[in-house]
Design a protein around this ligand. Structure first.
Ligand code: ARG
Length: 459
C-alpha cells in the first residue's frame, strides 16, 4: 500500500525505512476504534456542511462494511500499509472514490491516533475491570471457606501472630479493590477530554464542531488545547502505572501461593490442572502459573518505564517516538489480562489444607503476644510482661516445648499472676477469635470484610 503523504518526495521511500516506520503490525488491533472515530468525524463534517451529506453517508456505509469484512475475515489487513489509519482510508477510497478522499478533512493522523488509543484503552480497561471483579469474587469464596482456618500470620517471613486463611486472602481483595479504583480514576480522566479536532497540532480553519464529536465518542468535552491534545500520553502512563501496581499485587499473591504449596508449608494443594510436571523428577508438581505471573510483573514494569522514558525528552507536539506507546501499553494490557485469566480459576480450584495451617500455627510461638497481653491484663506493665514472656519462649525453645505444654507450676515460676485461665488465653483459636478489633482475623470480621467487598463491587 502507498503512503498517504505522497506528493512532496522526489523518490520512493527505501523499503527498509518503510518497514521501520510502519506500525500496522501492532496498531491493526485499533481498527474498530479507528472506524468509530472516523464515522463520528465524517458525520460531524457532514452536519457542519464541510463535506456533502451524501459523502458523509457513503463514508459511514463504507467504513461499516470494512469493519464487518475485517471482522468476518473476508478483508485481510494489508501488512504493507504504513498504519491502520492508512489502511482504512485507502481501502475506503478504493471503494467509494472521492467521498473517501474527503474523510481526512480537518483532521490529522496525530489527533486520530491520540483518539484511537484512548478508545481502545477504554474498551480494554472495561475488560480488565470485569476480570478483576471475578478474581476478587473468587478470593471471597475461598476466604469464606477459610474464615476460621487459623494459620500463622508472618512478618519477616517469621511466624508472628495468628490470623485466619480468610483474613490473609481478604488482604488481597482489598489490594485488588484499589486496583479497580485506580483504573477507574485513570479512565475517567482519559474519557474527560477528546483530542479529535486538534488536527496536526494547531487546530484547523474548518468550522469543526468538536463538542459534537467529543459527545458522540463518549467524552465529556473536547480537550482545551490542541497542542496538548496531540502530544499527551499521560493516560497511557497512568493506566500502565495502575496495571504495574496490580501486577505487583498478583506477584505477591503468587509468591505466597508458591510458598504455601511447597512441602515446607503445605497450606494448600493446587489443582493438578493448574500445575505442571518435571521432565526428569517424577514427583514434581510445579506452580508454574504463579511463577510466570511473578516473572511477567517485571515486563509490565518495563512497559511503564518505556512510556515514561519515551515521553520525557520529546518537544511538543507530536514526535514519531510516540508511536512506541502502543506496543508498551498493549503489552501491559495483554499481560495483565492473560495473568488474570489464569490466576482466577487456579485460585478458585486450589484446596486449602487447614490442618497443616493449624499445625504450623501451633509452632513458632505466635501466641507469645497473647501470653504477654495476659500478664498485662493482670496488672504487669506491658514491657515487663514482654520480657517475662521472652524468657519463657527462650526456655521453651531450649526444652523443645510450646508455651501451652508448660505446667501451671512452670508458668507460676515465671510469674505468680499466671492462673489456670492462661491455657485458654494462649489457645490458638481463642487468640485469633480474641482479636476483635475492626479489620482483624476473626471469622466474623472476615465475613464482614467479604460483605463489604461485595457491597463495594455492587454484587
Ligand atoms: N502510526 C503513527 C503513530 O502511531 C500514527 C501517527 C502518525 N503521524 C505522523 N505525523 N507521522 O504514532
Amino acid at each position: 500500500m502507498a503512503q498517504l503523504w505522497q506528493g512532496r518526495a522526489s523518490k520512493a521511500v527505501d523499503a527498509r525505512v518503510n518497514d521501520f516506520n510502519s506500525s500496522i503490525r501492532f496498531d491493526a488491533r485499533m481498527l474498530a476504534q479507528d472506524i468509530r472515530g472516523s464515522i463520528a468525524h465524517s458525520a460531524m463534517l457532514g452536519n457542519q456542511g464541510i463535506i456533502p451529506a451524501a459523502d458523509a453517508a457513503a463514508i459511514r456505509k463504507g467504513l461499516e462494511d470494512i469493519l464487518a469484512e475485517v471482522e468476518s475475515g473476508a478483508l485481510p489487513i494489508d501488512p504493507t500499509a504504513e498504519d491502520v489509519h492508512t489502511f482504512v482510508e485507502q481501502t475506503l477510497t478504493a471503494r467509494i472514490g472521492d467521498a473517501g478522499k474527503r474523510l481526512h478533512t480537518g483532521r490529522s493522523r496525530n489527533d486520530q491516533v491520540a483518539l484511537d488509543i484512548r478508545l481502545y484503552l477504554r474498551d480494554a480497561c472495561a475488560g480488565l475491570d470485569a476480570q478483576l471483579r471475578e478474581l476478587i469474587l473468587a478470593l471471597c469464596t475461598q476466604a469464606e471457606a477459610g474464615a476460621d482456618a487459623v494459620m500463622p500470620g508472618y512478618t519477616h517471613l517469621q511466624r508472628a501472630q495468628p490470623v485466619t486463611f480468610g483474613h490473609q486472602l481478604m488482604a488481597y481483595a482489598a489490594m485488588l479493590l484499589r486496583d479497580i479504583g485506580r483504573l477507574a480514576d485513570a479512565t475517567a480522566r482519559m474519557d474527560a477530554e477528546c483530542p479529535l479536532g486538534s488536527g496536526a497540532l494547531a487546530g484547523t480553519t474548518y468550522p469543526l464542531d468538536r463538542a459534537a464529536t467529543a459527545a458522540a465518542l463518549g467524552f465529556a468535552a473536547p480537550c482545551q488545547n490542541s497542542i496538548d491534545g496531540v502530544s499527551d500520553r499521560d493516560f497511557c502512563i497512568e493506566i500502565a502505572a495502575a496495571l504495574a501496581t496490580c501486577m505487583m499485587h498478583l506477584s505477591r499473591l503468587s509468591e505466597e501461593i508458591i510458598l504455601w504449596c511447597s512441602w515446607e508449608f503445605k497450606f494448600i494443594e493446587l489443582d493438578d490442572a493448574f500445575t505442571t510436571g518435571s521432565s526428569i523428577m517424577p514427583q514434581k508438581k510445579n506452580p508454574d502459573v504463579t511463577e510466570l505471573i511473578r516473572g511477567k510483573t517485571g515486563r509490565v514494569y518495563g512497559d511503564l518505564n518505556t512510556l515514561l522514558v519515551m515521553m520525557k525528552g520529546i518537544p511538543l507536539a507530536y514526535d514519531k517516538d510516540m508511536q512506541e506507546d502502543k506496543e508498551a501499553i498493549f503489552d501491559a494490557v495483554d499481560t495483565l489480562a492473560l495473568c488474570l485469566k489464569t490466576i482466577t480459576p487456579m485460585l478458585a480450584t486450589m484446596k486449602p489444607l487447614p490442618a497443616n495451617m493449624r499445625r504450623a500455627a501451633a509452632k513458632g510461638f505466635i501466641n507469645a503476644t497473647d501470653c504477654a497481653d495476659y500478664l498485662t491484663k493482670k496488672g504487669l506493665p506491658f514491657r515487663d510482661a514482654y520480657k517475662c514472656t521472652g524468657s519463657m519462649v527462650a526456655a521453651c525453645i531450649a526444652a523443645d516445648k510450646t508455651l501451652e505444654e508448660l505446667t501451671l507450676a512452670e508458668f507460676k515460676a515465671y510469674s505468680p499472676l499466671f492462673e489456670e485461665d492462661i491455657y485458654t488465653a494462649i489457645d490458638l483459636s481463642h487468640c485469633c477469635e480474641g482479636r476483635t478489633s475492626y479489620g482483624g482475623p476473626t471469622k466474623a470480621s472476615v465475613l464482614a470484610q467479604i460483605a463489604l467487598t461485595k457491597q463495594k463491587l455492587g454484587v
